[in-house]
Write a protein that binds this ligand. Structure first.
Ligand SMILES: [Zn+2]
Length: 238
């Protein structure tokens, strides 16, 4: 399985490109294996959907070409070759932004493509476990308490999984499997410095990366989140 992390609306969905690069660094030791497009939703142009105009169609095609290029690079990457051989499908992870709703601090919505209920439950459990692990690790190693994230999605940050129908005509129609992730503004942008991620945001995308690594078989041995976090050593803690 070739995992491609992508932020099609970087520049509009603030800091999503940075998150995609951090995730790609952690998975492959290379931020350039993330797809970041300065695309945005303006009028009829939406980079991850073909839309109805020629301009929109071209933007979408350029985006998918980039996804394909990166997917090929990921497959041929040294060291991962053995793990990835035999899979010609791409697991697309699209990172998007979402405005916070109903006064909640953060919001995480995940829609899946091509995953069975069992696989969905697997990645969901991994994500919850990852958030729990990352909260504890951050406190132990950095002495910082991650606030308002509840790994079961019952706190101020809600983790919602939704089967995706709306994604059928866009980028997710082209790939076998994938997840579409929407992160609330407070998980992407620090109120004090818009270029920085919040502690809670770091916690969530690290957990997400670990869940993806376990789900897609990118971890060397064992399937535990803890081992995966240890394996993801190149992960920037900034
Ligand atoms: Zn978006």
């Amino acid at each position: 399985m070739s995992v491609v992390i992508s932020a099609p609306h970087d520049g509009y969905d603030r800091n999503t490109g940075r998150i995609a690069e951090l995730m790609s660094s952690a998975l492959y030791g290379n931020p350039d294996l993330a797809v970041t497009m300065k695309g945005r939703k303006i009028g009829k142009v939406d980079i991850n959907r073909p839309g109805n105009t020629e301009e929109s169609k071209q933007a979408f095609e350029a985006y998918m070409k980039k996804v394909e290029e990166v997917s090929k690079k990921v497959k041929s990457k040294e060291g991962l070759g053995a793990l990835l051989q035999g899979y010609d499908d791409t697991f697309l992870v699209e990172i998007h932004g979402k405005k916070n709703t109903s006064g909640k601090q953060g919001y995480i919505e995940i829609a899946t493509k091509g995953m069975s209920k069992k696989e969905e439950q697997f990645i969901k459990d991994l994500l919850y476990e990852g958030v729990k692990f990352e909260k504890e690790r951050t406190f132990k190693e950095e002495g910082k308490r991650v606030g308002w994230i509840d790994e079961k999605g019952v706190g101020d940050a809600e983790i919602v999984f939704r089967a995706s129908k709306a994604k059928e005509e866009g980028s997710f129609s082209k790939v076998g499997k994938g997840i579409h992730v929407e992160l609330g503004a407070k998980l992407r942008v620090s109120p004090h410095n818009p270029d920085k991620l919040t502690l809670e945001g770091r916690c969530v995308h690290r957990a997400l990366t670990a869940a993806i690594a376990v789900y897609s078989g990118l971890t060397p041995k064992g399937k535990s989140i803890q081992k995966t976090f240890n394996h993801l050593q190149s992960y920037s803690r900034k």
